[in-house]
Design a protein around this ligand. Sequence first.
Ligand code: CP
Length: 322
Amino acid sequence: MNALTGSDIVTLKGFERADLELVFQVAEEMEPIARARRRSDLLADKILGTLFYQVSTRTRLSFESAMQRLGGGVLGFADPKTVRAGDYFQESLHDTVRVVESYADVLVIRHPRAGAPAEAARHAGVPVINGGDGYNEHPTQALLDLYTMRREKGSLDGLTVALVGDMNMRVMHSLPLALARYETKVFFVSPSDRTMPADWKVELDRVALDYEERTTLDDVLPETDVVYIVETITPSFEVGRVEQTTEKESTPSTYVFDRKKLAMAKPGVLVLHPLPRTDELPGEIDPTGAAGYFAQAFYGVPVRMALLALVLGRAPSMERRS
Ligand code: CP
């Protein structure tokens, strides 16, 4: 047993610093396996179910990689149109979960509707992990983001982090909830019509996050250790690229991190992005030492290995300590 054995991970509300540290310690143990592209047999008798009602590259594939690195099996769907949830029957989330829980030992669910993974967790007898729900939360993304900052900057305490872009994006809710558990200073940098929603400010005040809202990135760059950038032009979580008919807008330059911004930034700045990106993070940053986003995508594997091992009660060193 460990503190997360049997838990659902649908939100980072209520996730304490000790819970975060537990995930990071186990992720550090998992990282050599992922880095060496090895396979362990830790979860050889377990199966992961991936129920993706929305498209994904990183979340779904890194969860699948994580389970396979731990010797387990994977089943699921990447598009509800390929199963009964998306055909004539429009099978309910309740029925889908009640069925798939008998095929798998842990479920990861991505859904366009806020609260769907929490609803699934109420029906499921196995742990449910939120792979991103609407404009609500993306808890495992935030966990891997913090792990990346910790690995790349050495410590989370003392960091100044600028979150840049549309504050309606789901990761912009989970990430500050987690940053609040450390001694961090956070700037929310967004256009005035894409600021942090009022209900999320209530949550962030509740966890005593030290934050300020700004409308331009330039002012905060000299004191920022980590620039975490997302889209400013909000994508629809429900419309796929092939169905998109309207021309994409360009991101206003103050919310673009390019070489000009890099020249103004604090030396050693780390630039992160959950990906996929549009024009807010041009490729000219990729060859610079500031670019942390491909490492960030890799860290999704050890962090998700840790989460799977923890909720299934199989994190080796933690089990010995309990
Ligand atoms: N960062 C992230 O959630 O990427 P995907 O949408 O590709 O899973």
